[in-house]
Design a protein around this ligand. Structure first.
Ligand SMILES: [Zn+2]
Length: 467
């Protein structure tokens, strides 16, 4: 018997279009990316796969979709963006409060961090991700040790993350996390990105900054169109005595600083540390001339009001940065210096502290602050399709229940934006979608059992604190 000849059957690939989902709600916030958010009454957003394809009024979007979710008397808005934090520091929440910055770092935080393991970081980051999701944050920026554990934790809970290990002087030799980058950067449907994180100008040498910036400049120049850009995330001009700390550091490390350099920003500029891919956290002690330097170098900024107030570090010139057309986002900083990761609280404190400190009630109105808390942070972190409900943007969407005494009345669209900034709390968030997939439904985490997480976290953190 003769067998038929072996032939290769051509593969038939069927084009399966991604699922479509329609979200409807009484109110929908759009146009944050123009910094003048608008409210659509009886709004709808149409999602295909992980992206938004249409936004408008429910009458305008009439398409048969695979799924429809009607949120009734809710507002749906873009997910909030936490542009500066240290995720796994949830482990030390409440551990060392009411202390000056340098004493807090040198005597409390750095000694206990030396005893911390990868497992501790994983559970600490998982708790941070759960806290972020439950308060409407869909993109988070973390500078912390063991970034692969942080990335795995955030991926599991369902919050996008930019992360990377801090670089400090005295670390054996500056090495670049090439394995981490190839495993995580832009992977998992762009859920995780890796950043470089020189800690601060008083802990990282000029040579350290230069090597890191050269590495990132080369990476960004050579990346393919499918690979997202990388940022350099560093603390700058956080405290009034930072220039003194830089001088003391220079003396220890044996490098000199020119006598005409008077401020951290001038110093950073003199060593070539300010670039379009720099995200400067804090940027408080920045006089007008230095603000122009930051703007000329196209540096982005994260304003972290609650941490700055708690550590008695004054107030950043946020409005001046916006006037100079810089990317300005908002961050909580860590659960040690805040002590919560609630971006609704951060929006409110930023708005009211800016007004009080600069003695101007018209400074940073609610629509501006909502834009900073969404698209401002995303742009500062180098994500150009996050922070608005617009076609082409990732479907990172938050639903807030308006059926609460503190969120009424709503006589106008303007009032609604005010409520989101001045009256809403993270706990008003009911549902969160990230990349077109529900991660929180009716305040239930979809991927993680919260009581189990809390118990595991409590055991691990108490064990760490007793080491
Ligand atoms: Zn920080």
């Amino acid at each position: 018997m003769q067998f038929p000849p072996k032939i290769k059957i051509p593969q038939i690939t069927m084009f399966v279009s991604p699922e479509t989902t329609l979200l409807k709600a009484k109110y929908l916030v759009t146009n944050t990316s123009s910094f003048s958010p608008q409210v659509i009454v009886d709004g709808a957003v149409l999602i295909e796969g992980n992206k938004i394809i249409q936004v408008g009024s429910q009458n305008d979007i009439s398409m048969t979709t695979d799924y429809v979710y009607d949120f009734g008397h809710h507002v749906i808005l873009p997910g909030l963006v936490n542009a500066h934090s240290h995720a796994a520091m949830t482990l030390f929440r409440g551990y060392a409060d009411d202390l000056p910055l340098q004493e807090w770092l040198n005597d409390y935080i750095w000694p206990i961090e030396r005893k911390m393991t990868k497992d501790d970081v994983f559970i600490g980051a998982k708790l941070a991700a759960a806290e972020a999701l439950l308060s409407g944050t869909t993109l988070f920026n973390s500078q912390y040790w063991h970034p692969s554990q942080e990335a795995d934790a955030f991926k599991e809970v369902g919050v996008r993350l930019t992360c990377g290990p801090p670089t400090l002087s005295g670390m054996a030799k500056l090495t670049f996390p090439t394995e981490l980058i190839s495993k995580y950067h832009g992977k998992f449907n762009d859920f995780v990105r890796i950043s470089m994180n020189p800690h601060a100008p008083y802990t990282v040498s000029p040579e350290g900054y230069q090597k890191i910036n050269d590495f990132v400049a080369k990476f960004n120049a050579q990346r393919s169109e499918h690979t997202p850009p990388m940022i350099v995330h560093t603390h700058v001009a956080e405290a009034a005595d930072e220039m003194m700390a830089i001088h003391a550091f220079a003396e220890r490390e044996g490098f000199s600083i020119k006598s005409e350099i008077k401020t951290p920003v001038q110093y950073m500029d003199s060593i070539g540390a300010l670039t379009p891919f720099t995200l400067a956290a804090h940027a408080i002690e920045v006089p007008a001339n230095d603000q122009r330097i930051l703007a000329e170098r196209k540096v982005s900024v994260s304003i972290n009001t609650e941490s700055n107030m708690k550590l008695a570090n004054s107030v950043a010139p946020a409005k001046e940065y916006l006037n100079l057309e810089m990317n300005v986002g908002l961050g909580t900083d860590s659960a040690c210096s805040n002590n919560a990761l609630d971006m609704f609280s951060t929006m409110k404190s930023t708005a009211i502290v800016q007004k009080g400190f600069f003695k101007s009630a018209v400074r940073l109105p609610a629509p501006t602050v909502l834009s900073m808390g969404t698209v401002g942070g995303a742009s500062a972190m180098g994500w150009d399709n996050i922070g608005d409900l617009k076609p082409g943007y990732y479907a990172d969407i938050v639903a807030v229940d308006l059926n609460s005494p503190h969120l009424r009345p709503i006589p106008s669209e303007k009032t609604l934006i005010s409520h989101l900034v001045y009256a809403a709390k993270g706990s008003d968030v009911t549902d969160v979608m990230v990349g077109g997939t529900w991660k929180l439904r009716n305040r239930n985490l979809m991927a993680v059992d919260l009581p189990t997480l809390l118990e595991e976290f409590e055991t691990k953190s108490l064990d760490l604190l007793s080491r």
